[in-house]
Design a protein around this ligand. Structure first.
Ligand code: UT7
Length: 334
């Protein structure tokens, strides 16, 4: 049977509340740092850290809100893509979330691309809609990096927070609102940012060996990742703009992965995007990895900044190294 091609619309968002707050003053009691250093070098004032809540709890909350805001029920959802690097279960957490929210007909899977995860998942979801297979897809970006932070390393522990955000993508007969995208990887820079498995060789008898261990803590060469982001993010956005046949002046909002305010401002400056078009909530949440873009998007929508039809440039970048950009128009059609 021939399948009908459809357009993609991104029609609603939702996010989870992580109530426990860790501010810069709290951190200065844990490691040798100061509120002034963190604010000046990163723009972060506080971050939200999950306590008793699991990744699945946060992701489910965000997904449920996005589904309600789309005026759908969980039973309408065909697919759930969970972008995360911190699942509750290495086999994946998306299926558990599917069960928790009662999205009984949805197929669910995890997608791991660190801080690029949400952008990669949004683009992946769009392919399933464009080829006519699915109608309603929930894309979740959720991470609890606090689990894997080395709380004695001041170069990383001041950066990260926990959170979850989600959007609903829906098929449309009336047009396609994913205007352009581009995705990239460079594994030769993999060692710049890792949360690596560390195993020891063990003998299991009969001259057979295995490697068993656990995951370590986050390690990062901050300066290298900073340089990479400031160089590669403007480039990938320009490529996505070219594919969308748009100029930067036609863009209403820039929502970058919230890693560092200096990165956000440097990218905006290189692209000639005025500061009033730049959405940032980094000071409140820190770097929430795959959650940062949907969290910032949901907050901007809640505050009434973004309206139906606005053109949004979004770009994620991070471990892998991976980076990508997606340009879309907000809201449903017609
Ligand atoms: O989501 C994944 C993507 N990740 C990123 O995008 C992160 C990109 N990198 C960054 O955002 C920045 O590189 C950091 C915020 C991580 C670091 O800022 P920086 O301006 O690049 O600082 P630096 O690493 O060059 O360190 C400058 C100084 C060093 O001291 P010395 O060697 O000059 O004496 C550090 O030891 O600041 C010191 N330092 C700190 N001091 C107080 C590093 N961390 C801290 C700290 N408090 N928390």
């Amino acid at each position: 049977m021939e399948q009908v091609k459809k357009g993609v619309t991104i029609i609603s968002s939702g996010s989870a509340k992580v109530t426990q707050v860790l501010d810069n003053h709290d951190l200065s009691k844990i490691v040798d740092t100061s509120d002034d250093w963190i604010k000046t070098r990163t723009g972060i004032r506080k971050r939200h850290i999950a306590d008793v809540h699991s990744l699945c709890d946060l992701a489910s909350q965000a997904a449920q809100k996005a589904i309600v805001n789309a005026s759908l029920t969980p039973a309408d959802i065909d697919m759930i893509i969970l972008a995360t690097s911190t699942p509750d279960d290495l086999f994946g957490s998306a299926s558990k979330i599917q069960g928790m929210i009662g999205a009984t007909k949805a197929v669910a899977f995890d997608l791991t691309a660190a801080c690029s995860g949400f952008v990669f998942a949004l683009i992946t979801a769009s392919q399933f809609i464009r080829n006519g297979v699915y109608e309603n897809i929930v894309v979740i970006g959720a991470d609890c990096l606090s689990r894997w932070v080395d709380w004695s390393d001041r170069t990383t522990c001041v950066l990260f927070g926990d959170g979850a955000g989600a959007v609903v993508c829906q098929a449309s007969e009336f047009g396609d609102r994913l205007l352009g995208f581009e995705m990239c990887s460079n594994g030769s820079l993999n060692s710049a940012l890792n949360l690596a498995y560390q195993g020891e060789i063990k003998n299991i008898g009969h001259h057979k060996q295995i490697t068993q261990g656990q995951f370590g803590k986050i390690t990062m060469n901050g300066r290298e990742v900073y340089r990479f982001a400031v160089n590669k993010v403007p480039e990938v956005i320009e490529k996505a703009l070219f594919r969308a046949d748009l100029t930067i002046e036609q863009i209403d909002w820039l929502i970058l992965h919230q890693a560092n305010q200096r990165i956000i401002e440097a990218v905006a400056e290189r692209l000639n995007i005025p500061s009033w078009k730049v959405i940032s909530n980094l000071s409140e949440y820190g770097n929430t990895s795959a959650a940062s873009i949907p969290l910032a998007l949901d907050e901007a929508l809640t505050h009434g900044k973004i309206r139906n039809g606005d053109r949004i440039v979004t770009s994620g970048f991070g471990a892998g190294l991976t980076w990508g950009a997606a340009i879309f128009q907000w809201g449903n059609l017609p």
